[in-house]
Design a protein around this ligand. Sequence first.
Ligand code: MN
Length: 293
Amino acid sequence: MNNTKSVQQVLAPPAPHMVGDGFRVHNFFPSGYEMGMLRMSPFFLLDYGSEVEFPPTDTPRGVGVHPHRGFETVTIAFKGKVAHHDSTGNSGVIGEGDVQWMTAGSGILHKEYHETEYSKKGGPFQMVQLWVNLPAKDKMTPPKYQAIENAQMGKYLLPDGGGVLEVVAGEFQGVKGAATTFTPMQVYVGRLKKGASLSLSLPENFNTGMLAVAGSFRINGTDDVASDHFVLFKNDGTDVQVAALEDGIFLLLSGEPINENLVPYGPFLMNTRQEIMQAFEDLNHGKFGVLED
Ligand code: MN
């Protein structure tokens, strides 16, 4: 194989921080490592909540009402359940294996909490939140909400019971992803049995990374990645081979870069400083809607 997309670096999980009181996350990018804000574009932020045990409570932990504009938030629950409400009237529960793809676009208020029954029982919790940038022309698109239950996801079954590749977005071997996206990308969740392997073909210019959510993997026959670690690939080829060294789960991200100027500020992701100022002004004038705490 001489068109390998090779491993640039295997990154250990940075020290965790709390988002509200419900999400204990390792930020791999943009803050965790100095890789540059466009290095994984169109993916701007990866917060990984590695497995943690929450004790039972009658008051669900989480993060209260806050705004977003200019991008999409993608939440994937691996253990435990996340509840969500937003100012467009959408609400839902992201169960284990489910994905919520929320387009904040022109602006939304939302709150994210542990689901009530999970909170009462407590237990293991593990999730990912990804921020996907929008191109300038789509930053002010109306807010939208895609609740993608595991059962409705496109699935590619590996031969010999080797596991399954869930196509969240994009396409794999003719299996189409459930989510619609604004720019070309592949987002996969692979659940592989020990010894199974998978060959992926991803455009050379697509920024590509892989998070080992559980188990451990050998990439391209050479680079081993332990659980909770993130693999950053070079843009030097197309072919990636993922082999499971034990039963495991991975999240694969690969997308066409959006090469536009980016000005992030807190919950906003815009192209200019002026647009950030406008976002605050619109927020203060109630243009993001209303949502009670
Ligand atoms: Mn949020």
